[in-house]
Design a binder for this molecule. Structure first.
Ligand SMILES: *Cc1c(COP(=O)(O)O)cnc(C)c1O
Length: 532
């Protein structure tokens, strides 16, 4: 590379244009000039002052946007945003961070969906804690990659320490291990992959060498999970070559928890049919109802049939740090594997999740020795790639690390406890409101309900009309940007859903969403009357 003179290149004093060298437009000039200009954007010792200034611009832009935020969304339509994004000419760089951030306001920031707003109550997205945002800045700048020791060093030790911390909280025992993943879906997938290969191994086959040349055996494997479990269980079964039909949907009770007797009956029936129970998957916090399956009883049933016992605690995992609700996870210590999403109930930015396993040795099912990366001869090196289905991988663990070091686990638990209390308060409000029907009492921090008022003639709105109306209410409210709520179906009927994870929201905030839903519903009904 051509030598770079200090005149040409940054550190960028605040207020100057990054990447713009006096009189030269970015992307123009001689190749050497182009390299010089480009190199000014590399994060290194020479450019560290510029880095600080530029990142600060980005951080300040977001902070200003969030301070001015009065509702979770603007209601911008896909067409509008597509037009604005498509209007950007990617062939002509702005060469200037301030200008690009200004443009970003237009194509993204102003119309983003803001999870920190008290009237965002839709999906399992949390407001994020500042210590984790500090970590995001650090981890992406250092850019460690978790696959091998020689790309991560201390980052590997921090991830390992957090895995053993979480496994300890769950009571998984001295042989436990695990790995950070991109999310609950990936954690569930890896758990079922381990379960499948472990089952095949118990049956005296070698899954790594026989690969998927085991069709007659694979055809017989069954995964038992509740009808309310997350779709990633079914999707994983398909990706593992077992097919959707390998998943046996076990009945839930009124409380949306898996019925252990129904599980026992399904396991016995499968055995009778010559099938092989590969795994029982319990959910600790279902996505809709927050229901926690009876873990102890399901663990016993799984053991009785030699099946792997996986607990999907993507949502309920935060209970491990709860001061008041930890007991809801009782029995989780019996799991062979557990999914925990830190980006849900630990208030971490996306993405941050982990798969924990009772027996570290089971992670060998995802170990592959590549000569260039983690040769078998170097097994004494702590290479996390040996435990992961990913290769290059973010140091997401740092977010939880700084969160625990700055705030502590009890503070996280208090935030989740607060959301659980909020849901219970809002549940009482909805249960006593004659215009609304609550599908079930809240168990964690969700509420499933619908608007179904009495009509002027004193009769309830019909089921079909309520189905249409509640979907229309949700769309209208989303389009207004005033609030964001989710929708789901219960026994084929359409409901609305609040997922509450914001400790700063009070019952009165959620009550004002309820009023918005009511007035929106009433005016949609009135308009329909007029048009009939
Ligand atoms: C959210 C969720 C998942 C999926 O997790 P992602 O992080 O979105 O991949 C799995 N299971 C349950 C119960 C969940 O709530």
């Amino acid at each position: 590379m051509a030598p770079v003179t200090p005149v040409d290149v940054h550190p960028v004093p605040p207020g100057t244009q990054a990447g713009t060298v006096a009189g030269v437009q970015p992307g123009t000039g001689s190749p050497a000039r182009l390299v010089q200009n480009a190199a000014a954007h590399l994060f290194n010792a020479r450019n560290s002052a510029g880095y600080t200034a530029e990142v600060l611009r980005g951080v300040k832009t977001v902070a200003a946007r969030v301070s001015g935020c009065t509702r979770p969304f603007t209601g911008a339509t896909p067409g509008e945003l597509k037009r604005r994004v498509d209007g950007v000419d990617l062939g002509v760089p702005l060469g200037d961070t301030a200008a690009a951030l200004e443009e970003l306001e237009d194509v993204y920031l102003r119309d983003a969906v803001y999870f920190h707003d008290a009237k965002y109550a839709a999906h399992l997205n949390c407001p994020v804690v500042i210590p984790a945002l500090v970590a995001e800045a650090v981890l992406s700048a250092v850019n460690s990659s978790m696959d091998t020791w020689d790309q991560s060093a201390g980052a590997t030790m921090i991830e390992r320490r957090l895995i053993s911390w979480a496994a300890g909280r769950l009571g998984l025992g001295d042989s436990a291990d695990g790995v950070f993943t991109s999310g609950g879906s990936q954690s569930n997938f890896q758990a079922l992959l381990l379960a499948r290969n472990q089952t095949v191994e118990w049956l005296k086959l070698d899954p790594e060498h026989d690969g998927l040349r085991l069709p007659s055996l694979l055809e017989k494997l069954r995964i038992f999970t509740s009808a309310d479990s997350h779709f990633s269980i079914r999707k994983s079964a398909a990706m593992l070559g077992l097919g959707y039909d390998a998943v046996v949907s076990v009945r839930c009770g009124q409380d949306h928890r898996m019925d252990p007797e129904a599980l026992a009956a399904e396991l016995a029936r499968a055995r009778n049919d010559g099938l092989i129970p590969m795994a029982v998957v319990a959910t600790a916090g279902t996505t809709d109802f927050g229901a926690i399956d009876p873990l102890d009883e399901l663990a016993a049933a799984a053991r009785g049939h030699g099946a792997w016992f996986h607990v999907d605690a993507a949502y309920g995992g935060g209970l491990m740090v709860s001061g008041r609700h930890r007991h809801l996870l009782d029995g989780v210590h019996r799991a062979d594997s557990v999914t925990v999403d830190f980006h849900k109930t630990f208030f971490q930015p996306v993405s941050s999740s982990a798969l924990l396993v009772r027996d570290a040795a089971t992670l060998r099912h995802v170990t592959f020795h590549a000569d260039y990366l983690n040769p078998a001869a170097a097994v004494d090196r702590p290479n996390q790639v040996d435990k992961s289905i990913q290769t290059t991988r973010r140091f997401d663990a740092l977010k939880l690390w700084l969160t625990l070091r700055i705030m502590g686990a009890d503070a996280l638990g208090a935030l989740f406890d607060e959301a659980i209390d909020l849901a219970s308060g809002v549940g009482a409000v909805l249960a006593s409101d004659p215009d609304f029907e609550l599908a079930a009492p809240p168990q964690l921090s969700t509420l499933v309900f619908r608007y179904r008022p009495l009509r002027p003639d004193g009769r309830r709105l019909s089921e079909d009309a309520a189905d249409r109306l509640n979907q229309d209410i949700r769309s209208a409210v989303f389009a207004s940007g005033e609030a964001v709520v989710a929708g789901t179906t219960v026994a084929g009927r359409h409901y609305l859903k609040f997922t509450l994870l914001n400790a700063e929201a009070g019952v009165e905030d959620i009550q004002s969403i309820i009023e918005l839903l009511r007035t929106t519903g009433a005016s949609l009904l009135a308009a329909a009357e007029v048009s009939v």
